[in-house]
Ligand binder design. Structure first.
Ligand code: SOE
Length: 389
């Protein structure tokens, strides 16, 4: 069977999740291509070698510029912080490689536009590109989209989205790259707010057209990093400034007539990875919480009131999206599977000569929303003070 030879740039948290995906995708799904984990690339040779060994890559390398032009690489998988997404993606596309790029697509609208133009130009030569908004591929989320598309929710009035984490509540948690604007672009907004923007637009089929926002940075100085691994880190000597938001809230209008509230924070003590979305429509509602990712809450407003109310759908059946690839009915799956589903869909698109989604253009639209949120939050004129009593 034909191979898809993958080069992965970066090997921290996302590199780990993507490695699981490439390693398992052909075991779970019957696909027209076989993923080959050809080369893992990282700046430090010893760390890259250890990561390649641990994560299952055939080789390691230290210079991404060499890697993206190699003849024995078909796809470049970008798992680095946002400040290098644009440069790597542009080079990979110019070399005719398919590209999978972690979210958010870039650190600015200008970079996202350049990446989108390059992806569109490369497309003419059969080159595919995709942004890694993995939560779209949670079976319960895909089911939620199906219910909306099938008209079961009716006309959508409300979109209520929150992404709540608490991993930096401790003011002594060090200044990792996700807390630095030059590396991450923004804070909770781009890191996790981007997911709920993408997810709600994906589920509803509507796009955000305007926002009114506020952002806050609760802890402005943090210890510098001693060592870090994934999201965990230890403190080194000295402190530095947090240059991103800790939390972002906004109201939104969507182009199909819905109105929305969005909240992204890393300070929701006790909430670990609570990506929560509720959609209310004229015929019913759906609600999802990633902390219970194998369940979907559904209210059918067309049944008699006495039988109404939210019921729990256990999204563990082979009839549900993606689940035919996994275990017998009733057996749940986890976070890492969303990345395997992403790899599956990308491989199917590459093999069929079709464009995978979300495209770079879709991710640019998310970037434009992030940018509007930041501009709105910075605009004090939009803030109405309560008159003193
Ligand atoms: C950290 O907030 C993080 O790992 C995000 O970067 C991911 O995109 C999200 O899936 C989980 O949380």
């Amino acid at each position: 069977m034909a191979e898809l030879r993958v080069a992965m740039i970066g090997h921290a948290f996302m590199g780990g999740t993507h490695s699981v995906a490439w390693r398992t995708v052909n075991a779970a799904f019957d696909l027209p291509l076989t993923a080959r984990m050809s080369v893992l690339c990282g700046r430090d040779a010893a760390k890259a070698a250890a990561a390649a060994e641990k994560l299952g890559w055939a080789e390691h390398a230290t210079d991404w510029r060499d890697v993206v032009t190699r003849d024995d690489v078909d796809l470049v998988d970008i798992c680095t912080p946002g400040d290098s997404h644009a440069e790597i993606a542009l080079a990979a596309l110019a070399a005719g490689k398919h590209v999978l790029c972690e979210k958010p697509l870039a650190n600015s609208v200008a970079e996202a536009r350049a990446m989108t133009s390059a992806a569109e130009a490369a497309r003419a030569n059969g080159v595919r590109s995709m942004c890694g908004f993995n939560y779209r591929r949670t079976p319960a989320v895909a089911l939620m989209r199906q219910l909306v598309a099938d008209g079961r929710i009716g006309e959508i009035r409300h979109v209520r989205a929150r992404y709540l984490q608490d991993w930096i509540v401790d003011p002594q948690f060090p200044l990792v790259w996700r807390l630095q604007r030059d590396k991450a672009g923004s804070g909770a907004l781009g890191d996790i707010g981007a997911h709920i923007i993408d997810l709600t637009q994906f589920v509803t089929g509507q796009q955000i057209t305007g926002v009114s926002a506020l952002t806050e940075t609760f802890v402005r100085q943090r210890p510098l990093v001693g060592a870090s691994a994934g999201l965990a880190a230890s403190s080194g000597a000295g402190t530095g400034e947090v240059t991103v938001d800790d939390a972002a809230l906004f109201l939104a209008r969507l182009d199909g007539g819905a109105i929305g509230t969005y909240e992204a924070t890393r300070f929701a003590t006790g909430r670990k990875n609570a990506l929560q979305v509720e959609i209310n429509g004229s015929r019913g509602s759906v609600a999802f919480d990633f902390e219970r990712m194998n369940e979907l809450q559904f209210h059918d407003a067309t049944v008699p009131a006495a039988e109404g109310g939210f019921t729990t759908i256990l999204v563990t059946e082979p009839e549900h999206p993606y689940l035919a690839g996994w275990w017998p009915p009733g057996h749940p799956i986890g976070y890492e599977h969303t990345f395997t589903h992403e790899a599956r869909d990308l491989m199917l698109a590459v093999a069929a000569g079709e464009d995978p989604t979300p495209s770079f253009a879709d991710a640019l639209q998310v970037q434009l929303v992030l940018d509007a949120v930041e501009r709105s939050a910075a605009n004090a004129a939009g803030w109405t003070k309560v008159e003193p009593a």
